[in-house]
Design a protein. Sequence first.
Length: 391
Amino acid sequence: MRKVLAAARAGSPVWRERLDAAGLADAEPGGDGMPGGPRWQALPVLRKELLGSVQAGSPPFGGLLGVPVEQLARIFVSPGDVYDPQGTDPDYWRFGKVLAAAGFERGERVLNCFSYHLTPAGFMFDAAARALGCVVVPAGVGQQDLQIRVARAVGATGYTGLPSYLLALLDRAAAAGTPLPLRRAVVTGEPLPEALRARIEAHGVTVRQAYGTADVGLIGYECGRGAGLHIDDGVIVEICDPDGRTLPPGEVGEVVVTALQETYPLIRFGTGDLSALVAEPCPCGRPSARLKGWMGRVSEVTKVRGIFLYPKQLEAAMAGLAGGVQRWRAVVERDADHRDVLRIEFAGQADPRAVRDAVRAAVRLNPDVLVVPPGAIPADGPLFQDRRNWD
Ligand SMILES: [Zn+2]
């Protein structure tokens, strides 16, 4: 922790200012300037939804980087124009241990169905699998029939990607009479309700959840023995109330993460996710505390098909159609096969294709578009409705 604070002060003018303002310039181990201490809690939480605007002040990283940009391996960009750095460590985001805990082995063929395009998830799991000596198929997203053919041809037994996409592949392959050879999967990017886990495991695939962000990498993962997510030792996790005070185990609050690395030393980074700490030891013997699992979002920011969706992005897209759209609202639901559906309902003369194109350009999701009579959308109702049920 001291090393991280020193590197952050030395490498980043923004962190120097933030740490000095909180009186953390000379924090000592065990002192009140360490996690949980009063001085530590005086350091304001850097909230994920503000990261984009902090970075925009001095692009691409807003002075938050702990090393010169020249020392990075890659630069990614997430929705909301948030830039994510990759350092040069082979398994920079630390997901290798998750795959190992899930039973992935050297030589195993892994179908990696995370996107390699702009956002980092594809490279995160590629690096993790390579660190274990796995053979990776950089499958990305889309083209399900091609994915099924390839998985069968190469004998892929491992899968990394969204759980809903895994179920879609398994169901489609089984329906075509060409079942997949997949045996184990590590999934992340969206919640994993027990009903979805059960449907995947009915295909003979063991599923383990990982939890992390594009900014800090791995935060927690399932071991297969106890409930919840073991906290990775590459991060310090606090559960905080809205004022940034650390809450005791069992209480629900925001997952606030400090990344113990010098490339991008995010200190008290507010993920916007809700969870609680489980203090009881796990039967697997790993000594770390656990997170109870994902319990919702702090703000209205939500995730659809693994992509962050900010209602403000939708508002901007719909404002661009002014005149053609009298009223509108966005609805997110899950269909019977656990797939997210984003539907734009609108009243007006605009061409539904123009509405779809505007939304797709703004949020990188392909919505269903439904034209409704003006009275169908209440004038004072919410513009954004998340009707998914995660129980
Ligand atoms: Zn465990």
